[in-house]
Design a binder for this molecule. Sequence first.
Ligand SMILES: [Zn+2]
Length: 155
Amino acid sequence: MIRYALHCDRGHEFEAWFGSSTDYDRIAAAGENTCPFCGSTFVEKALMAPAVGGRARADDKPNKETERGKGEKVALAAPDPRQAAFREALKEFRRKLTENADYVGDRFAEEARKIHYSEVEPHGIYGEATAEEAEGLAEEGVAFQPLPPLPEDRN
Ligand SMILES: [Zn+2]
């Protein structure tokens, strides 16, 4: 058994046990890791050195490590079988958002503004923007929404 510190895309941190690192890779690749706090399937290994837990730190009380070892609770999650359906729904949603829309790449903010200010015929667009650009658009009241990432996008 191997324990990984994981975190989801909303910043929840938790630990989970896997049979082996290969098991972890397989489960992660299938998008079947689930955040126990919010159910997010966008879960990644935390960038934490595995050695940290095993090394005694100066501020550790003498028995802390062993006491923790026995009663320590780990967050576990069994994949909800409905997640496959959810991913399909997510894909479908993405398809609907993009099927009649023009891909504008990193000119998204610029193009969204043109549409918002009626400088061009209204039409659907999708593309990329920086967080700063998205914030600016939101402040101006430009309507847009995040395109949900699919688990496979993260691999
Ligand atoms: Zn979460």
